[in-house]
Design a protein around this ligand. Structure first.
Ligand code: C2E
Ligand code: MG
Ligand code: MG
Length: 768
C-alpha cells in the first residue's frame, strides 16, 4: 500500500521511475479537477451567501480557486515525468494541492455549518462526498492526493457530525471515507500496474523493432538512449564500456560531451560529430552514421543509428538507438584502400594510382590543348645488387631511390613505382620539351650517385624512356607502351640515358619481334654455323685452342651479329637449344683437330642453370668421342649474380668429368677479384677493354692486368688476354705475364675449314 502511495520504495523497483509513470497521467485530468472544485466551491458559497459575510465567502472561494490554479500549473510540469525521473520534492509538492484543497473544504464544514440549516449541512456533506468520490477518478494517478484530501475533509466532516451529536450520520460518513480510501488504493494499484505494463510493452516494442532492424542491417554492439536535453539515460554496461567509464559516471551526462574529447571545450567538432549533434538537435532519424569520437583521449570510430522517441501524444521525449565501435574495421578498410593505391615498400603511389593520374593528365591535356608527359625510369644493374646482396639490401636501396625521386618532384609531377626496379613519373602540364629533358637528366644524375646501404656502397644507374601525350599516345595504354619502347631503347644501348619516344622505335620493336620469330626457326633451317678463333700461347705463338663463336646467317635478316641475337636468345631462353647445338657441334668438329688443341665453348647462365646441363655435356662428349680434357667451358661473372650455388654445382660436376672452366670477360660487369677464388677456374680471360686500356697506358688497366696475372699464378690458373689487335699489344701482354693471347692480330673467327688449314700447313698464323 505504501508503495502504491509512493511513501516507500520496495526492493529494487525504481521509485522515481514508477512515480514518473504514475504522475505523468495527472496533467490530463488536472483541469477537470480544478473545474469541479471551482464549481462546487461556487455552489457552496451560494448556499451560505445569506448566512455568512460576503467578504469571508469571497476570501474562501478565492483561496480555493488559487490552490486549484496552482495545482493545474504544478501538475502540468509533470507531464513528461514518464520519460524522466521524478524528484521527492516534486512528489511532495504535488501532494500540497490536495492537502490545501482538503484544508479549504474543512473550512465550510467546521466554520460555515453552524450558521446554516441542517439541509445546508446535508447538501455540503453530499458536495464533499462527491468531491471525495470524484477525486478517486481524478487522482487515480496520484493516490496520495486522494488520501490526503479524503482524510482532511473526512476528519473535518466526522468531527463536525460528532460535535453536532449526529451519531448515525457520523458513522455512515466514516464508513464512506474508509471505503473511499480502500477504493483509492485498489484503483491506484490497477492504474499503476497498467501503466507499468503499458510502458514496458511500448519500450520493448521499440527496442525489439530497433534491434531487429539493426540486426538485419549489421551487427550492433550496444543500445544508447538520451533524453530531450541529450543526456544519457539507462546506460547499459556495454555502452558504458564503450564510453570508457563506469555506468554511474556517465548516467545523466550529455552524450556529446562524453564523446567529443578535447574538442568539447573548443567547440571545433569533427564534421561527423557535428553532423550527429545537428541530427539530435533537429530530432532527425539517422542510420549507420559514422562518427569520429574521442574516448579517453583515443580517437575511435563509431557507427550510430538513432530514432527520436515520442510519447503517446507524439511529443519528442529523447533518442534511442544502437551503436557499435567500428574502429578496427574502418582502420583495416582504410589500410586496404591505402594498399590499393600505394606501394608498401616505398610508400610511393603504385601502378593503379599512376595510371589513374596519367588518365587524368591526358584528359586535362586534351581539354586545355596542352600536353602531358610520362617518364619511365628503370634502374640499371639493380638485379645484380638484388642477386648478390639479397632482397633486404635491394629493398633498402629501392627505398633510397624513391626518396631521391620524391625530392626531385615539383608541382603537378607525380612519381610512383610500377613494380620491381621500375618507376614512373607523370607530368600533368608540360609547356616545353626541354623541361622534361632537364628533369630526366636530373633524375639520372641523382639516381646514379652512390648509395650507402648497411655497410655497402652501391652504384646503380637509371635509364629513362619518355613519351608525350597526346602526341605519342591518346590512351594510357598507348602512352605507357611507347614510353616503355623508349626505355627499352635506352637499355639497349647500355643504360644511363634518356630516350624520347619516336615512331621509328615501333619499327625496331617490330624488327625485334620478327627477329625472335626467325631465331626460333634458325636451328631447324640450319642457319647456324660455328666459327673458330684461335687462342695462342703467349710465348711460342702456337695454337692452344679455338674459341667456338656462333654465327647466324638468317634467310630473313641476313647475317646477324651475336651481340644482337645472343641477348635476344638469352631473354627468350632460346639460348638453351642453341647452346646445346653449339656444344655438340663444337665437340664434333674439334675431333678433327690435333689432339692437344682444346675447344672453348661459351655457356650462358640460362644454360648453366638448366637442370640437365651436365647430362648435355656428357652426351656431347660421348656421342662425339671428344676427350673431356679438350673441352673448356667459358662462363662470365654474371653466373655468380644469379643462383650462385646451382651454377657452381653444375660447373663442379663437369670439372669432375675432366673438363676445364674459363672465366670470360673478366673485369667487366660486377668484377671482383674475389670471384676468381670461388671456383677452380683453369683460365681467366682478361677482357678486351683492359688490353686496349693497357696499350694506351691507362694505369688502372695496367694495375688490373697485373693483379689478375699475379692472383692467377698464385692460384695455379692461367690467363688469356682477349682482343689483342696489334703486335705492340701482343708484346705488352706477353711482358705483363699473360699466358695466352686471343685477338684479331693472330686470327679472326674463321670457318671450320679455314681452321683446319692452319693444321695441314696450307695457312699460317702471324707470330709475335
Ligand atoms: P666472347 O665470348 O667474349 O667472345 C669474344 C668476342 O670478341 C667475339 O665476338 C670475337 O669476335 C671478339 N673478338 C675477338 N678478338 C677480337 C679483337 O681483337 N678485337 C675485337 N674488337 N673483337 C675481338 P663475337 O663473336 O661477336 O661474340 C660476342 C659474344 O657473343 C661472345 O663474347 C660471347 O659472349 C657470345 N657468344 C658467341 N658465341 C656464343 C655461343 O655459342 N654461346 C653463347 N652462350 N654465347 C656466345
Ligand atoms: Mg667467350
Ligand atoms: Mg670474352
Amino acid at each position: 500500500m505504501l508503495a502504491v502511495l509512493g511513501l516507500s520504495g520496495t526492493g529494487d523497483t525504481d521509485w522515481a521511475r514508477l512515480r514518473g509513470l504514475q504522475y505523468s497521467g495527472l496533467a490530463t485530468l488536472t483541469f477537470f479537477r480544478a473545474y469541479a472544485h471551482a464549481i462546487l466551491g461556487l455552489f457552496t458559497a451560494q448556499i451560505y451567501q445569506g448566512s455568512i459575510n460576503f467578504f469571508w465567502l469571497a476570501a474562501w472561494l478565492g483561496a480555493l480557486v488559487f490552490v486549484q490554479v496552482r495545482g493545474v500549473y504544478f501538475d502540468r510540469t509533470l507531464a513528461d515525468a514518464e520519460h524522466r525521473r521524478i524528484s521527492r520534492k516534486e512528489f511532495y509538492g504535488q501532494a500540497l494541492t490536495p492537502l490545501l484543497s482538503g484544508a479549504l473544504w474543512a473550512v465550510p464544514l467546521l466554520a460555515f455549518t453552524p450558521y446554516g440549516s441542517l439541509t445546508d449541512l446535508m447538501t455540503l456533506l453530499v458536495i464533499v462526498a462527491t468531491l471525495a468520490a470524484a477525486s478517486i477518478y481524478f487522482y487515480a494517478a496520484a493516490p496520495l492526493g486522494i488520501f490526503v484530501f479524503t482524510l482532511t475533509v473526512g476528519t473535518a466532516a466526522v468531527a463536525h457530525l460528532v460535535w453536532q451529536e449526529l451519531w448515525s450520520v457520523a458513522v455512515a460518513g466514516t464508513l464512506y471515507g474508509v471505503s473511499c480510501l480502500l477504493g483509492t488504493i485498489e484503483v491506484a494499484r490497477t492504474y499503476l500496474t497498467a501503466r507499468v505494463a503499458e510502458s514496458g510493452v511500448a519500450e520493448k516494442e521499440e527496442v525489439v523493432s530497433l534491434l531487429l532492424r539493426e540486426f538485419e542491417e549489421n551487427e550492433a554492439d550496444w543500445l544508447w538512449e538520451v533524453d530531450t536535453s541529450r543526456r544519457l539515460r539507462s546506460v547499459s554496461p556495454r555502452f558504458a564500456f564503450a564510453l570508457g567509464s563506469p555506468q554511474k559516471d556517465v548516467e545523466g551526462k550529455p552524450l556529446l560531451e562524453l564523446i567529443a574529447g578535447q574538442t568539447w571545450e573548443s567547440g571545433k567538432f569533427p564534421t561527423s560529430l557535428h553532423d550527429l549533434a545537428e541530427r539530435l538537435k533537429h530530432c532527425e532519424n539517422f542510420s549507420n552514421l559514422l562518427v569520429n569520437v574521442t574516448i579517453r583521449g583515443e580517437k575511435r570510430w563509431w557507427e550510430l543509428s538513432g530514432t527520436p522517441m515520442r510519447d503517446d501524444r507524439g511529443r519528442f521525449v529523447g533518442f534511442r538507438g544502437v551503436g557499435s565501435d567500428v574502429t578496427e574495421a574502418r582502420n583495416s578498410s582504410e589500410k586496404i584502400a591505402y594498399l590499393a593505391r600505394y606501394d608498401t615498400l616505398t610508400s610511393l603511389p603504385n601502378r593503379l594510382q599512376l595510371t589513374e593520374a596519367l588518365g587524368d593528365a591526358l584528359k586535362f591535356a586534351e581539354q586545355w590543348r596542352t600536353r602531358c608527359a610520362l617518364l619511365m625510369v628503370d634502374l640499371d644493374r639493380f638485379k645484380s645488387v638484388n642477386d648478390s646482396l639479397g632482397h633486404m639490401v635491394g629493398d633498402k636501396l629501392l627505398a633510397q631511390v624513391s626518396a631521391r625521386l620524391l625530392a626531385l618532384m615539383g608541382e603537378d609531377q607525380l612519381c610512383g613505382r610500377l613494380g620491381g626496379d621500375e618507376f614512373a613519373i607523370v607530368l600533368r602540364d608540360v609547356s616545353d620539351f626541354e623541361s622534361v629533358r632537364g628533369l630526366a637528366n636530373r633524375v639520372i644524375a641523382a639516381l646514379s650517385e652512390p648509395y650507402q646501404v648497411d655497410q655497402h656502397t652501391l652504384y646503380v644507374g637509371a635509364s629513362i624512356g619518355s613519351a608525350f601525350g597526346p602526341r605519342d599516345g591518346k590512351t594510357v595504354e598507348e602512352l605507357m607502351r611507347n614510353a616503355d619502347l623508349a626505355l627499352y631503347r635506352s637499355k639497349d644501348i647500355g643504360g644511363g640515358e634518356h630516350f624520347e619516344f619516336e615512331p621509328v622505335l615501333h619499327a625496331s620493336a617490330e624488327e625485334r619481334r620478327q627477329l625472335e620469330v626467325s631465331l626460333r626457326k634458325a636451328l631447324d633451317r640450319d642457319e647456324m654455323v660455328l666459327h673458330y678463333q684461335p687462342v695462342v700461347d703467349a710465348n711460342s705463338s702456337s695454337i692452344v685452342s679455338f674459341e667456338a663463336l656462333v654465327r647466324w646467317d638468317s634467310a630473313d635478316h641476313g647475317f646477324v651479329s651475336p651481340g644482337k641475337f645472343i641477348p635476344l636468345a638469352e631473354e627468350t631462353r632460346l639460348i638453351v637449344p642453341i647452346g646445346k647445338w653449339v656444344l655438340r657441334e663444337a665437340c664434333r668438329q674439334a675431333r678433327s683437330w690435333p689432339d692437344h688443341v682444346k675447344v672453348n665453348v661459351n655457356v650462358s647462365p640460362e644454360q648453366l642453370l638448366e637442370p640437365d646441363f651436365h647430362d648435355d655435356v656428357v652426351k656431347a662428349l660421348a656421342e662425339t668421342g671428344l676427350r673431356p680434357e679438350r673441352l673448356e667451358v667459358e662462363v662470365t661473372e654474371s653466373i655468380f649474380l644469379r643462383d650462385a650455388t646451382t651454377a657452381r654445382t653444375a660447373l663442379e660436376q663437369i670439372m669432375a668429368l675432366g673438363c676445364s672452366v674459363a672465366l670470360d670477360d673478366f673485369g667487366t660487369g660486377y668484377s671482383s677479384l674475389g670471384y676468381i677464388r670461388k671456383l677452380k677456374f683453369s683460365t681467366i680471360k682478361v677482357d678486351r677493354t683492359f688490353v686496349q686500356g693497357a696499350a694506351q697506358n691507362s694505369s688502372e688497366s695496367l694495375a688490373i692486368i697485373n693483379a689478375v696475372v699475379a692472383m692467377a699464378k698464385s692460384l695455379d690458373m692461367t690467363t688469356t688476354a682477349e682482343g689483342v689487335e696489334t703486335l705492340e699489344e701482343a708484346e705488352l701482354i706477353r711482358r705483363m705475364g699473360c699466358d695466352k693471347i686471343q685477338g684479331y692480330y693472330f686470327g679472326r673467327p674463321m670457318t671450320h675449314d679455314d681452321a683446319l688449314k692452319l693444321f695441314d700447313g696450307s695457312a699460317e698464323l702471324k707470330s709475335a
